[in-house]
Ligand binder design. Structure first.
Ligand SMILES: *[C@@H]1O[C@H](CO)[C@@H](O)[C@H](O)[C@H]1NC(C)=O
Ligand SMILES: *[C@@H]1O[C@H](CO)[C@@H](O)[C@H](O)[C@H]1NC(C)=O
Ligand SMILES: *[C@@H]1O[C@H](CO)[C@@H](O)[C@H](O)[C@H]1NC(C)=O
Ligand SMILES: *[C@@H]1O[C@H](CO)[C@@H](O)[C@H](O)[C@H]1NC(C)=O
Ligand SMILES: *[C@@H]1O[C@H](CO)[C@@H](O)[C@H](O)[C@H]1NC(C)=O
Length: 278
């Protein structure tokens, strides 16, 4: 159902009057109306769906459909990739968020307190988004507010660029609480070979790998130090990578989730990460 309320800028603003998960119309900061998907039931509701990170072709390295990294190839002259973690582009459609990348205005306009993440299997249809999400968790204690209020603000402070001489460090991380699933579920879908490099039960914003490439977001883990093997855990890598022996294997939305000797589960590789704010 689609309803209309003036002066409503987020799903959180609808909490007092709506309690059903669904699509609602809200207003952007310019006064234009647009539709968003609201989770009105998790922990009292009020969660605005702002983005999905979907891998359409695990073997394609920064090819068409890699909007959270680059659609223009693994290119030394394009160290920033497509910049979509930091810029104000929008793309995708709510109903196709498990088949392509999605980002709406709320991603950079809301000033929110916390971030929620859902693990939704690829190609799930809209009505099944929540029932099929096999892991759901969220930050608490106004983590997002403390880091600037939204992801664009975070990544303005911690840019996602391949700039080896910049000597970047990993960005902040935050613990999460689970609404569905648990640490065991996170671990059994992850990459055992590098368990010593992560702590489960967190989200990490910007992580640098050994080859000094930047990765935007590490769902479910924090990385214990800079310059480790984060390409197996984190999504949204920038568009230039020279890995071991010159291999350019991890440019792309899902980086090296499918790396032969350090592979995540097929279930995780075929997951779309949904991001919500409240
Ligand atoms: C599902 O995920 C895989 C691996 O990331 C990808 O290759 C495939 O195209 C995706 N399928 C759909 C329908 O989204
Ligand atoms: C978000 O709100 C806080 C106060 O709650 C304010 O200090 C901050 O400047 C706001 N940030 C943005 C990006 O609007
Ligand atoms: C995705 O799901 C639709 C129907 O929900 C189906 O027609 C289509 O074949 C599926 N695509 C893939 C690649 O599995
Ligand atoms: C929130 O803060 C409380 C009190 O400091 C702390 O015990 C708890 O672990 C925090 N939880 C999260 C998810 O940040
Ligand atoms: C974790 O969740 C799964 C279902 O998602 C359940 O089967 C398992 O018992 C849980 N484990 C713990 C330690 O709570």
């Amino acid at each position: 159902h689609t309803k209309f309320y003036p002066y409503i800028e987020s799903c959180d603003d609808l909490r007092e009057i709506e309690s059903e998960d669904g699509i609602y119309n809200i207003f952007d900061y310019g006064g234009s109306e647009y539709s968003v998907f609201c989770d009105m039931s998790t922990d009292g509701g009020g969660w605005t769906f702002v983005a999905s990170i979907h891998e359409n072709d695990m073997k394609g390295r920064c090819t068409a459909g890699d909007k959270w990294s680059s659609e223009r190839g693994n290119n030394h002259n394009n160290p920033h990739g497509d910049g979509n973690w930091e810029n104000s582009n929008t793309f995708g459609r709510i109903e196709y968020a498990t088949r392509e990348d999605y980002k709406n205005r709320a991603y950079f306009q809301l000033n929110a307190s916390n971030l929620m993440v859902w693990y939704v299997p690829n190609n799930t249809s809209f009505s099944d988004y929540k029932p099929s999400a096999y892991i759901r968790y969220r930050t608490a204690n106004k983590t997002l507010a403390k880091l600037g209020g939204n992801l664009q603000e975070i990544f303005k402070s911690y840019p996602i660029k391949y700039l080896p001489k910049a000597n970047y460090k990993n960005g902040p991380s935050a613990p999460v609480v689970f609404d569905h699933g648990n640490l065991t579920d996170l671990m059994k879908n992850s990459v055992p070979r590098f368990f010593s490099e992560v702590e489960f039960g967190y989200v990490q914003f910007r992580a640098l790998n050994e080859e000094k490439s930047a990765f935007a977001f590490c769902p479910g883990v924090r990385i214990v130090a800079s310059n480790l093997n984060v390409e197996h855990f984190c999504v949204g890598s920038t568009s230039y990578h020279v890995g071991h022996k010159g291999i350019v294997g991890y440019c792309g939305d899902f980086s090296a989730f499918d790396w032969s000797t350090a592979k995540a589960s097929d279930k995780l590789i075929h997951t779309t990460f949904f991001l919500f704010y409240r």
